[in-house]
Design a protein around this ligand. Structure first.
Ligand code: E4P
Length: 216
């Protein structure tokens, strides 16, 4: 399973990259706004900065919802860097746009996916990635990991090339469950990635080894 970081914060991206396990980055308008990125020029510069930091796929989301403007915006985003993947919402014009981008050699990440039916449509349209939001599904009282399992199974049976990118990760256990469910990628906040490192027995064991090392 590939690891993406789900943030637009350059310091966090750098920290995850320095761990040596980072394969890509996902952003969304909320994450960009959180970093104070405003206006076309600043947005373009920020995506360039991310691409300079990480040699992997970087999802950049369109802000429009009608076909013509999604295409116009997506083309500009794709021109920023070859690693940019245009993130398109799961709406009717979004699916039309994903098909257009596929036919014109631009890779897409279909976002805001909450059902297997939506994932099938995105795959049929040729999306490179489909992003089921598992944390938000859990928040609504449903089972996000179960959806990942279902989509992975359907894509395998149907031979779809679209990769399953588990998004809206809330904790380290989500990452483990997504790996077990066969997700191709997990996009995670830095905190959840670092959470994978932690185990109290590791801390206790290391403290003892360091103490005994003084006697060596
Ligand atoms: C990533 O592609 C999504 O935009 C993101 O994971 C959503 O996460 P959230 O539900 O924590 O906002």
């Amino acid at each position: 399973m590939k690891f993406f970081i789900d943030t637009a914060n350059l310091a966090q991206i750098k920290e995850a990259h320095e761990l040596g396990i980072l394969d890509g980055v996902t952003t969304n308008p909320s994450l960009m706004a959180k970093e104070g990125i405003r206006g076309e020029e600043a947005i373009t510069k920020h995506y360039k900065d991310i691409c300079d930091l990480v040699d992997g796929d970087i999802s950049a989301e369109v802000l429009s919802t009608d076909f013509a403007t999604i295409i116009e915006e997506g083309k500009k985003l794709a021109d920023i860097h070859p690693n940019i993947v245009v993130k398109v919402p799961m709406i009717k014009d979004g699916i039309k746009a994903i098909k257009w981008f596929t036919d014109n050699g631009i890779r897409t990440n279909c976002t805001l996916v909450f059902s297997a039916g939506q994932a099938i449509l995105a795959a049929k349209a040729g999306a490179a990635y489909v992003s089921p939001f598992i944390g938000r599904i859990d928040d609504s009282g449903w089972d996000g990991v179960q959806l990942i399992e279902q989509i992975v199974q359907i894509f395998s049976i149907q031979g779809y090339k679209t990769e399953v990118l588990a998004a809206s990760i809330r904790n380290p256990n989500h990452i483990i469950q997504c790996a077990a469910a066969g997700a191709d990628i997990c996009t995670c906040p830095l905190e959840s990635i670092l959470g994978l490192l932690k185990h109290p027995l590791t801390d206790i064991g290391l403290a003892k080894f360091l103490e005994d090392a003084k006697k060596m």
